[in-house]
Ligand binder design. Structure first.
Ligand SMILES: O=C(O)[C@@H](CO)OP(=O)(O)O
Ligand SMILES: [Mn+2]
Ligand SMILES: [Mn+2]
Length: 557
């Protein structure tokens, strides 16, 4: 049964409403890493504003942003934007996709569910396709879950399986794609011994093929469609290991990382693609996370579709690992029911007539809207909410590390000054998006820029007698080097430090300030406080008691 809430917010007994708005500023990928050396791009760059926030007694602390604190299966799981923004916006601990798929596999409920029943008729005489990110990163997908699905399908009669793999190198070290392909080939061989013809059919790097998000560049999805569905790509190979080894161009002066491999198609002895998608086939997208597979889901599911010329639209039995968008009901069929998130802070603000301004650039726009609102698209109340998306560049972000920080900063300042809003919520994408490139210099540069933007925003908060809460969703820029597990020294190979392109396990900062009652302090008796405690903190800073179903506030009451 759906939860019911008392939506009327009560005034806080000791914290009055501020005169101006509350600025909620998320620095994406800006962790507070205990390792402070030259490979921590935040520590090793000039960030006087965020440094100074640390020095204000009782108004700065760190909060947990990974593992169980954000609903992930274990404390070895790094945080990510989806779970981070879900927790920030909902103020609740939510069992996330990764955990839900684990449970569905462990209990077997996946194989008795409606989604599985739906694809089963294709097992005997058609092909079962799997499309998704091939790594154990645990942000969008996990190989052990894929292997569980593959074994489950073969055991239940699937006769022909084709894999369409996106190489990672972003949530896992660059170059690890080869290891994951070898592992996958091992499982496919095992299925072969049971009489299931299972092969890799196509692939490409996740940043250029299939996994676009928030409609930043539909060409990325088109490339994926051509390779996975039509069997068309710039490169044809006889096997995936050779494909990836060749496309990485390791011995050239311009090697290519796993994230950016061009699309490829595997062909058989007859030089024909081994696994195009045909009428009657079943297709499973095995990512559990939504943002980067919504577009491909639309291409597979929608009869009316004008984002690119599909050339051919096979009539398939298509399911997602989860339903990726609850409002669009996309896809209509899925293997595991997604986390049900309700009673989010955005809904409470809207139901209480509070006005919100939200802004980020394309790459993070859905994070502060869709994820923040519990994987819900659109507004709660269009009269009260303004959402501004600043189009992101479509180049590798280390080539343009400023991204749209300046524009977001200006939009935020204008919204703060406008007098039209009670909350101004923005996300700076740079420390995360540039951090993912592994380019230390570019990441340092963008941390300095974002720090300057925070400075300007806080000045305006002061001017309008508002308050602020500055935080992050997970670490990234705070460690740019792969490290020896024991000594924590950066790993050096052939004279070069091996870059770390993934998020980190570091906690993130939480800073509050502005026109606050004297003596107001953050709790120092609650070290396990995490991202899910931020929503209640925000309500307090806006002068309200937090809704009772939310995790407790981090302000000393
Ligand atoms: O780029 C992404 O998809 C993820 C990393 O896989 O990053 P974030 O969670 O910060 O969006
Ligand atoms: Mn993020
Ligand atoms: Mn990221």
């Amino acid at each position: 049964m759906a939860a019911t809430y008392d939506f009327a917010l009560k005034p806080h007994p000791t914290i009055p409403k501020p005169e101006g708005p509350l600025l909620v500023c998320v620095l994406d990928g800006y962790g507070e890493n205990p390792i402070q050396d030259e490979y921590n791009a935040i520590f090793s760059s000039k960030t006087p504003t965020t440094d100074a926030l640390k020095e204000v007694p009782g108004r700065w602390r760190t909060i947990k942003a990974h593992g169980k604190a954000v609903g992930l299966p274990s404390d070895d799981d790094m945080g990510n934007s989806e779970v981070g923004h879900n927790a920030l916006g909902a103020g609740q601990l939510i069992d996330q996709g990764a955990s839900l798929v684990d449970n569905a596999l462990r209990t077997g409920s996946m194989f008795s569910g409606e989604g599985w029943q739906y694809i089963t008729p294709s097992f005997a005489n058609n092909t079962l396709h799997f499309i998704g990110l091939l790594s154990d990163g645990g942000v969008h997908s996990r190989t052990d879950q894929l292997f569980g699905c593959l074994r489950g399908a073969a055991a239940r009669g699937a006769k022909r399986i084709r894999l369409h793999i996106l190489t990672d190198g972003r949530d896992v070290p660059d170059g690890s794609s080869l290891k994951f392909i070898e592992e996958l080939e091992g499982v496919l061989k095992e299925l072969g011994e049971q009489g299931c013809d299972a092969k890799i059919a196509s692939g490409g790097g996740r940043m250029g093929v299939t996994m676009d998000r928030y409609e930043a560049d539909w060409n990325i999805v088109k490339k994926g469609w051509e390779a996975h569905v039509l069997g068309e790509a710039p490169h044809y190979f006889k096997d995936a290991l050779t494909a990836v080894k060749t496309l990485r161009k390791e011995d050239s002066d311009k090697p290519v990382s796993d994230q950016w491999l061009d699309s490829f198609v595997i062909v058989g002895e007859d030089n024909n693609p081994v696994g195009t998608v045909q009428d009657g086939d079943a297709v499973v997208i095995f990512n559990f996370r939504a943002d980067r597979v919504i577009e491909m889901s639309k291409a597979l599911e929608y009869a009316e579709f004008d984002k690119f010329d599909r050339k051919r639209w096979p009539q398939t039995r298509f399911v997602g690992m989860m339903q990726y968008d609850g409002d669009l009901k996309l896809p209509a069929r899925y293997l595991v029911p997604p986390p049900a998130i309700s009673g989010t802070s955005g809904e409470f603000l809207a139901k209480n007539g509070l006005r919100t301004f939200v802004c980020s650039e394309t790459q993070k726009f859905g994070h502060v809207t869709f994820f923040w609102n519990g994987n819900r698209s659109g507004y709660f109340d269009e009269e009260l909410e303004t959402y501004v998306e600043i189009p992101s560049d479509t180049v590798p972000f280390n080539e343009a590390p400023d991204m749209k920080a300046r524009e977001i900063c200006e939009a935020g300042k204008e919204a703060l000054r406008s007098g039209k809003y009670d909350q101004v919520r923005i996300n700076f994408a740079n420390p995360d998006m540039v951090g993912h490139t592994g380019d230390l210099e570019a990441t340092r540069h963008c941390c300095e820029l974002v720090d300057q933007c925070v400075k300007e925003l806080l000045e305006v908060v002061k001017e309008v007698k508002g308050r602020y809460l500055v935080t992050s969703d997970h670490g990234n820029a705070d460690d740019m080097a792969q490290r020896d597990k024991k000594t924590k020294q950066a790993i050096v190979q052939e004279g070069k430090v091996v870059p770390l392109t993934s998020h980190t396990l570091a906690p993130v900062p939480l800073a509050i300030g502005g026109e606050l009652p004297e003596g107001l302090q953050l709790r120092d008796d609650f070290p396990e406080g995490g991202l899910a405690n931020v929503a209640s903190t925000i309500f307090n800073l806006m002068g309200y008691e937090a809704p009772s179903h939310m995790e407790p506030s981090l302000i000393k009451q």
